[in-house]
Design a protein around this ligand. Structure first.
Ligand code: FEO
Length: 394
């Protein structure tokens, strides 16, 4: 696709990666992604905000050629991660006069990650500005969205916030702007859950920090540009500030049907008590959907058989993911079956040191579940419903 003008002299020059299906060798990308880069031509100086993943470097360089960019004054690095910084060495080579602008912490990281020479850098303090002649860039330090060195760049005269990963979505689209808010909401929530949720208190601080800025456009570094940014700001405020909802997330795995029988019964028991359940078969589930469900849920109940004295590896992986994204759940439990013994519950509990949860009674069954086991599941469902009511989770 061609470079696209957002406002006079402000261009989208990034790359859409329709076919990528995995990020960080971990995160599923069902809808591809994009690496957004933006060129600002001021009256006296030009600035490029972020670059693209190295696999797409030629797309960015071609865009700069198409816009007849002969001289670049500033290359702004909002974030050191390689999907945005990976083409910096090539851009610095092509434009030898360009100075690389970033936070002091980002400078060290870029030197470590890309082996860049120190003399190309200019570091920006929080709220520091540079002039492009008729336009002003303000650098807003925004640590931990989602690395320690991150910052936003605000183009004052045009009221554009270049937010890097923040407000982003892994979504390949031919549209420059958001055209389907429901679709982008889903992609952005998935992105938030995987990337931003572990840093919830920092997200809150950074949302507060930009509260008083007039913002007409948000230009993130993944996904479409927001020309009506209110909806995505409100969505992030909901995700970062709101109490959990009356939801149980139930990731499960079953080998011979005992645990599955318990899951089926337990889902009904919760539903009868007015609790919403999100059930995930871990042998086939999209882990991004599981992570997304953990943004809102009040409770996680893991269902697993015992395999060689511990949890099934699929259950251990899901629990490790919930711990990594620091799910905002308040209650947790384990249900499942075993053949002759084991330490499944103890091992799973030890895997979630990041979760601030109250552990509820577990239901662990020898062999196939019987009537007393179903009664125990009813009791657990009742306890969860009651806890949610007491906390006011709706
Ligand atoms: Fe899109 Fe943190 O990189």
């Amino acid at each position: 696709m061609e470079p696209r003008e957002i406002k006079r002299g402000v261009y989208y020059v990034g790359a859409v990666d329709w076919d990528r299906r995995l990020f960080d060798s971990l995160i599923p990308l069902p809808d591809g992604t994009s690496y957004n880069s933006y060129l600002i031509k001021g009256k006296e100086k030009t600035a490029l905000i972020d670059t693209v993943n190295p696999t797409m470097e030629q797309v960015l360089l071609n865009h700069l050629d198409e816009l007849k960019l002969k001289k670049l004054d500033y290359l702004i690095a909002n974030h050191a991660e390689q999907d945005h910084s990976g083409t910096i060495p090539r851009v610095l080579e092509k434009y030898p006069e360009a100075r690389l602008v970033c936070t002091p912490r980002c400078k060290g990281m870029l030197i470590d990650l890309l082996l860049l020479p120190e003399d190309r850098f200019v570091t920006a303090e929080d709220r520091e500005t540079i002039s492009l002649g008729d336009r002003t860039l303000e650098f807003i330090h925004a640590p931990w969205v989602h690395w320690p060195e991150t910052m936003f760049t605000y183009l004052k005269e045009d009221k554009i916030l270049f937010s890097c990963d923040f407000f982003g979505s892994h979504l390949a689209t031919s549209n420059l702007y958001v055209t389907d808010e429901a679709q982008v909401y889903e992609a952005a929530k998935r992105y938030y859950s995987e990337i931003m949720m572990p840093f919830r208190s920092n997200i809150q601080k950074n949302l507060e920090k930009i509260k008083d800025y007039a913002i007409d456009f948000i230009c993130p570094s993944h996904g479409p540009v927001y020309d009506k940014p209110e909806f995505i700001i409100k969505a992030h405020r909901d995700w970062a500030f709101c109490e959990p909802k009356n939801i149980v997330v139930l990731p499960y795995v079953s080998m011979h049907g005992s645990t599955r029988k318990m899951v089926t019964y337990f889902v009904d028991a919760l539903a009868q008590r007015g609790v919403t359940v999100k059930q995930f078969d871990l042998t086939v589930t999209d882990l991004g959907k599981l992570a997304m469900s953990l943004v809102d849920a009040a409770t996680i109940v893991v269902a697993t058989p015992t395999v060689h004295a511990g949890p099934h590896p699929a259950a251990a992986y899901a629990v490790s993911l919930a711990n990594m994204v620091r799910a905002n759940v308040k209650f947790a439990s384990v249900i499942g079956s075993y053949g002759w013994g084991g330490k499944t519950v103890e091992q799973l509990v030890a895997m979630v040191p990041n979760l601030k949860v109250e552990f509820l009674p577990t239901v662990i069954v020898k062999g196939y579940p019987r009537q007393p086991d179903f009664e125990a599941l009813d009791n657990l469902a009742e306890t969860i419903a009651q806890k949610h009511r007491e906390q006011g989770f709706k």
